[in-house]
Design a protein. Structure first.
Length: 121
């Protein structure tokens, strides 16, 4: 068994499940997070917008690597509720990055090529 530990956010989603499978195949100790589809102990229910919950999870799991797959990836949902999209996709991501760095772990951030210019229309 590997001595390496990875924490995968969004582990219950399509990408997160694939990343989890890849790390399991390499015999890493894998813990995932999810929000609505958590299934402990493999996938913990963690609200990434709750900095204290994230800190607790990082302190308990003690990952050497964090793979951040969680995001609101639905453009219609982001358009309908931009503040919620920003809370998860920007603010929670920033907090996770800061907390991961504070603990000396490596963050792998998964993003998309679906980028917005910020200009109306």
């Amino acid at each position: 068994m590997s001595s390496e530990t990875v924490l995968i956010t969004g582990a219950s989603g399509l990408l997160g499940r694939a990343v989890t499978t890849a790390f399991n195949r390499k015999s890493w100790s894998v813990t995932g997070t999810g929000l609505t589809r958590a299934s402990p102990p493999a996938i913990l229910a963690v609200d990434l917008s709750d900095a204290a919950a994230v800190a607790k999870t990082l302190d308990e799991v003690k990952p050497s690597v964090v793979v951040h797959c969680a995001a609101n990836r639905f453009p219609d949902s982001c358009d309908a509720n931009p503040s919620a999209a920003r809370a998860l996709n920007v603010l929670a991501t920033r907090s996770l990055a800061e907390q991961t760095a504070q603990r000396g772990a490596v963050l792998i951030y998964i993003s998309t090529d679906y980028v917005f210019s910020g200009a109306p229309g």
